[in-house]
Design a protein around this ligand. Structure first.
Ligand code: FES
Length: 618
């Protein structure tokens, strides 16, 4: 793959050097945005609106033609010397940019996978002391407010007008204007500028996480998670789509259940953070394509069958009320819904990529979000390839005899030597079952000590006794099936065990995932050795042992230090969208940058999948 992909007549990405720091950015973004995305601070008090004239940068060599604002901001000599306003200059060719030291220090927060985000939330508040109208001053109430918000150029919400007259007069014309992006959504009495909040939602098929953010500081004021109330309709997206196909009334029910989950979480985080509902002016939501369709009440049926078509990639303007949150946040709060790459690489992955900064890193990185459907992205700041692999429910604990979700009582870590076995159980409770990470560990341990051969079969009992004398007694049969007992509870049937069929389920899952990343590596002309970091995303990825994942071939064979748990990156991406308009735009830009590789129509998929079933030799 070449460094620069051509799209139309201009390159997709431009090389910029800010002082000494080289970055690559999408064609046509402003230098101000490009710097902001890459954590380089440029002076500004207007946030890139072209009114403060503080965003001074210098392009000494062959500077672009000045804009009309440049001509007003600089002397003729300065223009000649290459001084330009960063927010009015676009990146259209490789350029060296000199950024003077800051005169003011911008606020920044660390979010995502160690990303430094300069705060520029869409929610802006301004305290205004307005002149009272008189017979000589006939400006309308709205004109009076808008005149003081010139740099933000908002349009007013009708609902604001309904109460504006009363609010201004009751507050003695001392009010705070609340602007979200380009809409004046509220005018509040007095000075409320210190209070502005947003809620980031990670709407998962299984679990939903809400983070309340103080938008002035970027710090979380409350975090809560809950099971998605749609669970009774099925554990995965396919069963929920099927439910809407079987009974058209189910779409409404599923939508209401999603709304209910979001509402309860919003109430919980506000209570935790001591925040009034009307102080939450914006929410962001990252979810897979099915969850996003359902929460918005969009028929998901076409997502469930070939050729797997979404209603839309980008969602139109959405209010928090459209997500069922009208009564628990500000009634006119806006919502940011993350766009999706495809039916099986959804908004949660767009948010995850944003949080991980995959598109800004020179290193080749592999992003793997393991779940029933596994999303895989490979690339660096020059190119990104994505695919989805049907891993099945093994990692969620479903389809595994003694499987369970990662909750209290789940065995999450298994260690093994030929003589002994160790278990770590969530909540230090009596083991009740095996969750995904425990499953991967158990199989890895059995392969390592030799009780499972590379094809995934339990070895004969006589052989077991000689290679692992301390464990051989755990190898037994239930009915006709061979099992390995992890935790005895009376007889084998009542114990927590791993069956031959469970091992197969895991093999299918890991083979699907390994086929996915191998095909992406091949398309990029790379090998595992070129991968500088593997990011394991999602709740399952956070618990998985890197060494086990490498040992069974779930991820490429790289030094163990290169495998990193990225945690809840979808939620982190949603937070970034609330904290920074620039990051939000970066998330949208990803849609143009990621190339989707479809696996299901590849003639060689089955052969490749079968090749990946065995466990690699150590
Ligand atoms: S950022 Fe204010 S004028 Fe450019």
């Amino acid at each position: 793959m070449t460094a620069v992909e051509e799209a139309g007549t201009h390159p997709v990405r431009i090389n910029l050097v800010f002082n000494d720091k080289p970055v690559r950015v999408p064609y046509g973004v402003t230098l101000f945005d490009a710097a902001s995305w890459n954590g380089i601070a440029i002076d500004s008090t207007c946030g890139g609106h072209g009114t403060c004239k503080k965003c001074r940068v210098r392009i000494a060599e062959d500077p672009p033609a000045p804009s009309s604002l440049d001509i007003r901001a600089y002397s003729a000599q300065e223009i000649k010397d290459g001084w330009r306003l960063a927010c009015r200059t676009t990146a259209t060719r490789d350029t060296q940019v000199e950024v003077p030291p800051l005169t003011t220090r911008p606020k920044a927060a660390t979010v995502g996978v160690g990303r430094q985000v300069i705060l520029r939330p869409a929610v802006q508040k301004r305290y205004l002391e307005l002149a009272e109208p008189s017979l000589a001053d006939q400006a309308t109430d709205l004109e009076r407010v808008l005149a003081q918000l010139e740099d933000l150029e908002p349009r007013a919400d009708l609902a604001v007008l309904r109460t504006l007259g009363r609010t201004l007069r009751a507050a003695d014309y001392k009010v705070t204007a609340v602007v979200v992006d380009d809409v004046l959504i509220a005018v509040e009495p007095g000075d409320t500028t210190a209070r502005r909040f947003g809620i980031a939602f990670d709407l998962g098929t299984t679990t939903v996480v809400a983070t309340l953010l103080d938008l002035s500081t970027g710090t979380p004021a409350g975090v809560e998670s809950a099971l998605n109330s749609q669970q009774p309709f099925g554990a995965d997206v396919i069963t929920r789509i099927s439910a809407t196909m079987m009974d058209p009334g189910n779409l409404d029910k599923l939508q209401n259940l999603a709304h209910q989950t979001l509402t309860e979480l919003a109430q919980a985080v506000c209570a935790q953070g001591g925040v009034e509902p009307h102080e939450v002016y914006e929410v962001a939501l990252a979810g897979n394509a099915t969850m996003t369709h359902l929460v918005l009440g969009i028929d998901p049926e076409p997502l469930g069958m070939a050729p797997f078509i979404m209603a839309t990639r980008l969602y139109p303007e959405v209010l928090a009320a459209d997500l069922g949150l009208g009564g628990v946040v500000h009634p006119r709060a806006r919502a940011v819904v993350f766009p999706a790459f495809g039916a099986y690489v959804g908004g949660d992955i767009t948010a995850g990529l944003l949080a991980s900064g995959m598109d800004r890193d020179a290193r080749v990185r592999l992003f793997v979000d393991i779940g029933t459907n596994c999303e895989i992205v490979l690339g660096n700041r020059e190119w990104l390839l994505a695919t989805a692999a049907p891993a099945g429910p093994a990692f969620e604990g479903a389809a595994i005899r003694c499987g369970m979700r990662a909750a209290d009582g789940a065995i999450e870590v298994v260690t093994m030597t030929p003589d002994d076995l160790g278990l770590k159980v969530i909540g230090d409770a009596e083991p009740q079952g095996l969750c995904g990470s425990g499953l991967v560990d158990a199989v890895t341990g059995l392969v390592k000590v030799g009780l499972l051969d590379s094809s995934g079969r339990f070895v004969p009992e006589e052989q077991a006794a000689s290679i692992a004398p301390g464990l051989a007694g755990r190898l037994t049969t239930i009915g006709k099936e061979r099992v390995f007992v992890l935790h005895w509870r009376g007889g084998a049937e009542d114990s927590i065990y791993l069956s031959q069929r469970d091992v197969r389920e895991l093999q299918f899952a890991k083979a699907a995932i390994a086929t996915g990343w191998q095909i992406l590596l091949e398309q990029a002309g790379l090998t595992a050795a070129d991968v500088k970091q593997v990011l394991l995303a999602g709740s399952f990825g956070s618990y998985l042992s890197a060494a086990s994942a490498i040992r069974i071939g779930l991820v490429p064979k790289v030094p163990v230090m290169r495998v990193v748990s990225a945690g809840n990156v979808a939620g982190e991406g949603a937070k970034m969208a609330l904290l920074s308009l620039r990051e939000r735009a970066g998330g949208l830009a990803l849609l143009e940058e990621v190339r989707y590789v479809e696996l299901s129509d590849r003639a060689d998929f089955n052969d490749r999948f079968i090749e990946q079933l065995p466990f690699p030799a150590s």
